[in-house]
Design a protein around this ligand. Structure first.
Ligand code: 5GP
Ligand code: MG
Ligand code: MG
Length: 187
């Protein structure tokens, strides 16, 4: 799926594909340097992190392991509650492992804060976070995100793993949707 397939559903492209790919290569180079000689386990948070996880992993020079977690943090509202449920746990025992959480976006940071304390209780050798996107509110969260792709404005974004109602994850760029897609203008 690409820009032309969206027609007038697309409001704007926020981060073009080439910028995403360049940034992922940059992040991979930092990760390679920081984990030199270490056995790295990438933990992708389903489903939003699928694209960044796949591209980051392929850009690494080390044979990193990959595992996945699925968590649910939203109730009926549109804001994180901080109450998180594990929908799919890791297959891997992370005791004494070097773990890097790979996330699509940090908004309130509540989901990641919960995930960090959950994973820390399992005794990893180290635990860091890589997030492709960060919204302004995340700055106020007590969360140390070591690797960040882009700081973005406080808008709802889709694409490159991020969905609206489970759609648009398969866009190669990050963008915003026109209001009529949300039913905002009655269209
Ligand atoms: P937080 O707990 O940091 O507030 O929420 C993080 C999760 O909410 C993200 O992993 C993502 O799934 C979802 N989320 C937050 N902002 C956006 C956004 O702008 N677009 C989409 N598609 N999901 C978002
Ligand atoms: Mg996510
Ligand atoms: Mg979502």
């Amino acid at each position: 799926m690409d820009e032309k397939d969206l027609g007038n559903d697309l409001a704007k492209v926020l981060i073009p594909e080439a910028d995403l790919q360049a940034k992922v290569r940059e992040l991979a180079a930092q990760v390679d340097a920081d984990y030199d000689g270490k056995d790295l386990l990438l933990v992708g948070v389903l489903k939003g992190a699928v694209m960044i996880m796949a591209d980051l992993a392929r850009a690494l020079h080390s044979p990193a392991s990959m595992d996945w977690m699925a968590v649910s943090s939203y109730g009926s509202g549109t804001k994180s509650s901080g109450v998180v449920r594990i929908l799919k746990d890791l297959d891997t025992d992370i005791l004494d492992r070097h773990v890097l959480i790979v996330e699509d976006i940090v908004d309130s940071g509540l989901t990641l804060s919960w995930l960090v304390s959950n994973l820390l209780s399992r005794g990893p050798a180290s635990l860091e976070i890589c997030a492709l996107l960060r919204k302004p509110e995340a700055v106020t969260a007590d969360l140390d995100v070591k690797y960040i792709g882009f700081d973005i404005p406080n808008e709802f974004v889709i694409g490159y793993g991020l969905d609206y109602a489970e759609k648009y994850r398969n866009l190669p760029f990050v963008g915003t949707l026109a209001p009529h897609v949300y039913g905002g203008d009655g269209a």
